[in-house]
Design a binder for this molecule. Structure first.
Ligand SMILES: Cc1cc2nc3c(=O)[nH]c(=O)nc-3n(C[C@H](O)[C@H](O)[C@H](O)COP(=O)(O)OP(=O)(O)OC[C@H]3O[C@@H](n4cnc5c(N)ncnc54)[C@H](O)[C@@H]3O)c2cc1C
Length: 497
C-alpha cells in the first residue's frame, strides 16, 4: 500500500474498474489528492469481461435511447484520439435474412441516423446486396440472405484501457492500490470520513481518511449498505465464448440477431479467436463466482452456427467461456436487454457518491460528472480537466517490449506455442503496469488465459519463474501464486450450472 495510515485525501475511490480508474485520472488531473483502492486487480470485475467494444450502441437506437447513443458516439471519437494504442476502428458486417426482425429498411434507417449523429466524424456505412455481403464474409449462410450493410465502430482491450487510466492517475500523483480491499467505511457524526483498507497479500489494515468518498464498486455496490438484503443490486449476466477463428472464418466483426430470441449479438475478431456474445439474463449470482452455464454456451453456439453453417461448432470447440455482470442503474424489467445502459450518480445521506451502470465507452464523461460533484462537495468551483485531449499512457509499450526482447533473448521466447506473449510482456506488466499476481499478468496484462484451452495453467510455471525475482517471490510464494492462479482461472472459465 502506498497511502500512509491517517493521511487525509480530498477523494477516496473504492473500486478500480473502468469507472473508478477514470474518476481517479480526472480528479488527479484537476489537482485533487486522490486515493484509489481496488480489492483484486484493476479491470478484474465487469470491466475485464466486456465485449471489448467502444461503440455508439446501434442497438440502443431501437429503444430510442438517443442521448446514450449521442454520448457514446462522441466518446468513441474521443477515445480513438486519446488512446490509438488501445482503441481501434472496427468494421462490422450486418447480414440480413428473409423474415429478419430487423429488415433492410429498418437497418438502413438506423445506420443513417447513426451516421448523422456522428456528424461526419465516422467512416460512412454502406448498404450491400447479398453477393456483396458474401464477398465480405464468405462463411455466412447464403440461403435466405437478402442484403447486408457495413458500418464502423471501435474495439479495445477493456482491461488494459482500465489499467491505463489507473496508471495515468498514478503518474498525476494519485495513490493507486490494487489487491487492497475496503473493509469498512469510516463515519463521523453520520458522514463518510474515509475507509479502512486491508492488503490482500499481507493482511495489513490502514485507515485512509478522505473528505469525499466515491463508491465505484459496480455490482459489488451493496457491500457497504447497512442492510444488504434490502438493496442487493440485481445485475444482468453476459456470457461470451471464444472459438478458433479459422472455424468461422469471419474477416471482420459481425452484428447478428439471434434466431432463438431475436436479440442483437456480436461475433468479434480477437487475434486467433472469434468471440461470440453475449447473453443477457437477470442473475443473483455473486460477481466473484459468476460463470457460463452449459445453457449459455448452447445458446451462443446455436445462434452462431445458424449464420455459419459450415462451422458446425460444438461445445468441444469452445476454447474459453466467461461471464460478467452488468450493473444496471435502473430495473428490474422483465427483459434485462430493455433496461437502459445510462449511468446513475447518487449521493447517499452519509455523503458517499455512488456510481452505477454506464458503459465502458462512456466512462470518461461519467467520470467528469462525478468529479464535478466531488468538487462541489469540497466547496470548490467545478473545473473541467483535459481528459479528452490528453493521451492515455502505454503508447510506447509495444516498442519497449521489442527492445527488451532484443536486449535479452530469454525474454523473447514465447510462453506458449502460437501466441505472441513472451517474458518481456510479463516484465513490462510488473514494472510498468502494477501487476502483482499471475492472474494480473495472464488474464489482464495479456490475454493468454482467454486464448488457450488450459487457460494458461501449463504456461504459468514459466511465467512465475520470469517474474519471481521482480516480485520477491521465494519458492513457497511461487507455489502459492501458482495454486491461486489455478483457482482463479478455474472459477472464471468454468462451464457449469
Ligand atoms: C457481458 C458484458 C459485455 C459488455 N460489453 C460492453 C462493451 O462492449 N462496451 C461497453 O461500452 N460496455 C460494455 N459493458 C458494460 C461495461 O463493461 C460496464 O458498464 C463497466 O465495465 C462497469 O465498470 P465499473 O467500474 O462500474 O465496474 P467493475 O469493472 O465491476 O469495477 C468494480 C470494481 O470494484 C472492486 N471492488 C468491489 N468491492 C470492493 C471493495 N470492498 N474494495 C475495493 N474494491 C472493491 C471490484 O473488484 C471491481 O474491480 C459490458 C458489460 C457486460 C457484463
Amino acid at each position: 500500500m502506498t497511502a500512509s495510515s491517517g493521511e487525509l485525501f480530498d477523494l477516496a475511490i473504492i473500486g478500480g474498474g473502468i469507472n473508478g480508474c477514470g474518476i481517479a485520472r480526472d480528479a488527479a488531473m484537476r489537482g485533487l489528492s486522490v486515493v484509489l483502492i481496488e480489492r483484486d486487480d484493476f479491470g478484474s470485475g465487469t470491466s475485464g469481461r466486456s465485449s471489448r467494444l467502444i461503440h455508439g450502441g446501434i442497438r440502443y437506437l431501437e429503444q430510442a435511447q438517443l442521448h446514450l447513443v449521442h454520448e457514446s458516439i462522441r466518446e468513441r471519437q474521443t477515445l480513438l484520439r486519446i488512446a490509438p494504442h488501445l482503441v481501434e476502428p472496427l468494421a462490422f458486417t450486418w447480414p440480413i435474412y428473409r423474415g429478419a426482425r430487423i429488415g433492410k429498411f429498418k437497418l438502413n434507417a438506423g445506420l443513417l441516423v447513426y451516421q448523422l449523429m456522428a456528424a461526419g466524424r465516422s467512416r460512412r456505412h454502406s448498404s450491400l446486396n447479398a453477393a456483396e455481403t458474401l464477398e465480405r464474409e464468405p462463411g455466412l449462410r447464403s440461403a435466405g440472405l437478402t442484403a447486408g450493410a457495413v458500418y464502423y465502430d471501435a474495439c479495445t482491450d477493456d482491461a488494459r484501457l482500465t489499467i491505463a487510466n489507473a496508471i495515468a492517475a498514478r503518474q498525476l500523483g494519485a495513490s493507486v492500490m490494487n489487491h487492497t480491499e475496503v473493509v469498512e467505511m469510516i463515519r463521523e457524526r453520520g458522514k463518510a470520513a474515509g475507509v479502512v483498507a486491508r492488503s490482500s497479500h499481507s493482511g495489513e489494515r490502514r485507515s485512509v481518511r478522505a473528505r469525499v468518498v466515491a463508491n465505484a464498486t459496480g455490482v459489488w455496490q451493496n457491500v457497504f449498505d447497512d442492510d444488504q438484503r434490502s438493496r442487493r443490486l440485481r445485475g444482468s449476466k453476459g456470457v461470451h465464448i471464444g472459438v478458433p477463428r479459422e472455424r468461422l472464418g469471419n474477416r471482420d466483426a459481425l452484428t447478428l440477431t439471434s434466431p432463438i430470441d431475436g436479440r442483437v449479438m456480436f461475433c468479434l475478431p480477437a487475434g486467433p479467436q472469434a468471440i461470440v456474445g453475449t447473453t443477457d439474463t437477470w442473475t443473483d449470482e455473486s460477481p466473484e463466482t459468476v460463470h457460463a452455464s452449459p445453457a449459455d454456451v448452447d445458446y451462443l453456439l446455436r445462434s452462431v452456427n445458424s449464420y455459419f453453417p459450415r462451422a458446425e461448432l460444438t461445445a468441444a470447440d469452445v476454447v474459453s467461456a466467461w461471464a460478467g455482470i452488468r450493473p444496471l442503474a435502473s430495473g428490474p424489467a422483465a427483459n434485462p436487454g430493455a433496461v437502459s445502459r445510462e449511468h446513475s450518480i447518487l449521493t447517499d445521506p452519509s455523503g458517499v457518491i455512488n456510481i452505477t451502470g454506464g458503459k465502458l465507452t462512456t466512462y470518461r464523461s461519467m467520470a467528469a460528472e462525478v468529479v464535478d460533484k466531488v468538487q462541489q462537495a469540497l466547496g470548490r468551483k467545478p473545473r473541467r480537466s483535459p481528459t479528452d485531449t490528453t493521451e492515455l499512457p502505454g503508447a510506447d509499450r509495444a516498442r519497449e517490449i521489442e527492445r527488451m526482447q532484443r536486449e535479452d533473448p530469454r525474454l523473447a521466447a514465447p510462453l506458449t506455442e502460437e501466441l505472441p506473449y513472451t517474458g518481456a510482456h510479463l516484465v513490462w506488466g510488473v514494472t510498468m503496469e502494477m501487476a502483482q499476481t499471475l492472474s494480473d499478468l495472464l488474464i489482464r496484462r495479456c490475454h493468454l488465459a482467454f486464448e488457450t484451452r488450459d487457460h494458461g495453467v501449463s504456461a504459468a510455471p514459466r511465467a512465475a519463474d520470469v517474474v519471481a525475482p521482480l516480485l520477491g517471490w521465494n519458492d513457497e510464494t511461487k507455489r502459492e501464486r501458482l495454486r491461486q492462479y489455478g483457482e482463479d482461472v478455474g472459477a472464471m472459465f468454468a462451464i457449469r450450472q
